[in-house]
Design a protein around this ligand. Structure first.
Ligand code: IVH
Length: 684
């Protein structure tokens, strides 16, 4: 591709991505799938790395992260980030309104009502329409500079639309959308990681992560609710919000202007239930005097504005009786206690079960069967038991003794040091673990045999046709056609008979056949190695190239791979030490499942002269394409990274390299080598 063509394609891709982003985040519509959207980004990133001279400062590829920040810089807020006074009753609100009326001495005024989003406050500074800095609230006076992480939030514009003030600050709440939070937790549960406690803490933890590419995968969102700057020329908060919206920011459409405190109370009632349908958790509303001059007249106390206040909804809590505890066993053998409750109405739904997390939680709550307990619900998340009403405790009740044996297979449970959960170690024969592993293997992100539902898998296990996922590859059409099995209906509380028709049998056989072409990294993810999620599987596959090399890898060589820590390394080693796993892998190999990366991608090692050395490639070269140069570096033991930092060893400088890279490398004293010098190094 010529540079001109590349420049044109970069422009087209950028426009396309910005169009879809805008559609998604501003108009809540989408014309392409998430996957296709990500593919556009991947394509653009590849072109930008080959032609860095055309990478724009506000390129949408910054959304995919990649920068590692060891420690965040502390930044003093230009305008302190104050908190809001809280009220919990309508009387308190009426008192607030009286104070406002008194302060405004007979002027008429109106309120701007918004929901109070439960996330992490962020301050964003824009200069000439470009995002310069994103800072957390911190102690209100100074916070952490988390710009690289904030850039991965797709609804935070990197560059604004239309006429914007030369400099301003906009504040809002970054949050974990509830659906996203559930998705991430389902994935964590699937690979045996502890669950994130709630969306708010998870959002806060995510924004303080050092690796922005992990932040990017979590797809946080952000609502903006406050504009600050000098002489911006707006008279009211509602004008500010309209402007902010028109520049491309995400403003929650839930706001409303009200001309009296009665109107505000109506807004509160209107949203009390409806707020649970929003994508974000909310815990109240915020009201602001709309006129900016009147805001100035009212001013601030030391801690908060006199022109705004929040009203907190009562926590959605109910009391009920703990009838019993059930213990559920997951795919990885982890045991989760669940409380069975007398049915109770909570936030519009009947609650019968609540999560208890683990043994420590039961001990902390000092729970006993028959106790009257408080249950709470946050947004749409599963309700949890928060406390016991000790006044109502029966005198003969006894502390709960946590189970010591697996409720499914009777094997004694184990609990590893430092881990919160108990585990059933009988991985090979414990029914929910066997079933869970097969379900994990066939899921879409793994080998994608989705015509095979959980009921049919149970049927195959019942009929002893399979005992693990590798056995799927020996199934025949005749075995499946007309296969009879029983399924348990929760509704009826009884078993009903089922049988497979020839069409579904044919589809299953076809899907199993197709799955043999699925690339190695997805098969590796499907194997179900504890802590090896999709991204880790991709890293391991790219590094070791095939299952045999991975199976023989030492602890040291595993932790040398990007993003692989002690815990994952131990888990990989333990997986390959298990005889059963080796047999399963052999069956997969016999069946023709992909257990190595595509041959064309394999790099043949040449030497180790660049061991532990890092390289940045910039510009164009005469003897190598950029990909070839990259492969040469890897083949000689080196590592290619994308950004220049103090720790970089070499910058390989080609023609037309970006001036900013050259300048940065020179200032940091990085060794800059030409293509010829590079060739000399490998020939020596
Ligand atoms: S306005 C000076 N509006 O609540 C007033 N804050 O207790 C600036 N919050 O730190 C804040 N939703 O993190 C405002 N619609 C909203 C809000 C909101 C959530 C948070 C924000 C702030 C805290 C104040």
């Amino acid at each position: 591709m010529t540079p001109d063509q590349a420049q044109e394609q970069i422009k087209q891709l950028t426009d396309q991505i910005n169009y879809h982003s805008d559609l998604y985040y501003q108009k809540s519509k989408s014309e392409i799938s998430d996957f296709d959207f990500d593919q556009l980004l991947v394509k653009l990133a590849a072109l930008e790395s080959e032609f860095p001279q055309f990478k724009a400062e506000d390129s949408p590829t910054q959304r995919v992260g990649g920068t590692i920040t060891k420690e965040f810089d502390s930044v003093i807020h230009k305008y302190p980030m104050l908190s809001l006074g809280n009220t919990y009753s309508e009387e308190d609100l009426i008192e607030f309104d009286n104070r406002v009326a008194k302060g405004l001495e007979g002027q008429t005024y109106e309120y701007f009502c918004e929901l109070k989003f439960d996330g992490v406050a962020l301050s964003l500074t824009y200069e000439d329409g470009v995002l310069k800095r994103a800072v957390t609230r911190g102690d209100g006076t100074q916070g952490d500079d988390i710009t690289t992480n904030a850039k991965t939030i797709r609804s935070i514009p990197l560059k604004l639309k239309g006429e914007v003030p030369a400099e301003f600050e906009v504040r809002g709440e970054a949050f974990f959308p509830i659906k996203e939070f559930q998705r991430v937790n389902a994935e964590r549960e699937d690979i045996g990681l502890d669950l994130l406690a709630n969306p708010r803490n998870a959002a806060s933890g995510t924004l303080k992560m050092q690796d922005s590419s992990v932040v990017s995968q979590r797809r946080l969102d952000c609502f903006l609710y406050y504009l600050l700057g000098e002489n911006l020329g707006y008279q009211t908060h509602s004008e500010c919000m309209a402007a902010v919206e028109s520049w491309g920011f995400n403003v929650s459409p839930t706001y409303s202007k009200r001309s009296s405190i009665q109107g505000v109370l109506a807004y509160i009632h209107e949203w009390e239930e409806k707020r649970h349908t929003l994508p974000v958790e909310t815990d109240g509303i915020v009201i602001k005097v709309n006129d900016l001059n009147q805001q100035d007249q009212l001013g601030f106390t030391a801690k908060s504005p006199r022109w705004a206040i929040s009203y907190k909804y009562k926590a959605e809590s109910a009391t009920t009786v703990l009838e019993s505890i059930t213990y559920q066993v997951g795919r990885t053998g982890s045991v989760t206690p669940v409380a069975n409750l007398s049915p109770v109405l909570l936030a519009g739904t009947t609650v019968k079960r609540a999560s208890l997390h683990n043994a420590d939680q039961i001990e902390r709550l000092d729970l006993r069967i028959g106790d009257t307990v408080f249950v709470e619900k946050g947004g749409e998340i599963i309700p949890k038991v928060t406390a016991v009403n000790l006044d109502l405790r029966k005198t003969d009740s006894e502390p709960i003794v946590y189970i010591t044996e697996c409720p499914e297979c009777g094997t004694p449970l184990v609990r590893q040091e430092g881990e919160a959960n108990h585990y059933c170690p009988n991985a090979d024969a414990c029914p929910p673990q066997v079933l869970g592993r097969i379900e994990h293997f066939i899921q879409r992100k793994a080998v994608d045999i989705d015509s095979l539902g959980p009921e049919t898998i149970r049927g195959l296990l019942q009929n002893n046709l399979i005992s693990n996922y590798a056995d799927l590859y020996s199934l025949t059409f005749d075995q499946l056609n007309g296969l009879e099995f029983r399924i348990f209906s929760d509704k009826k509380g009884e078993y009903t008979a089922r049988s497979l028709r020839d069409k579904s049998a044919g589809n299953i056989i076809k899907a199993i056949e197709v799955s043999k072409k699925v690339p190695f990294e997805r098969v590796l993810f499907g194997l179900g190695i504890r802590f090896v999620g999709k991204t880790v599987a991709e890293k391991l596959a790219a590094h070791f190239q095939n299952i045999d090399a991975l199976g023989l890898a030492s602890f040291e060589s595993l932790i040398a791979v990007d993003e692989i820590g002690d815990r994952i390394a131990h888990s990989v080693i333990a997986f390959f030490q298990n005889e059963e796993h080796i047999k399963t892998i052999e069956k997969l190999r016999q069946a023709g499942v992909q257990l190595k990366t595509d041959q064309s991608q394999i790099i043949v090692p040449e030497s180790n002269i660049f061991a532990d050395k890092t390289f940045v490639i910039s510009g164009v070269f005469t003897q190598f394409s950029r990909d070839e140069l990259q492969e040469k570096i890897k083949a000689n033991g080196g590592k290619v990274i994308s950004s220049i930092s103090k720790k970089l060893d070499y910058l390989v400088a080609g023609d037309k390299m970006g001036p900013s890279k050259l300048e940065k490398a020179t200032t940091l004293g990085i060794k800059i080598i030409s293509e010829e010098e590079f060739i000399q190094m490998i020939n020596n």
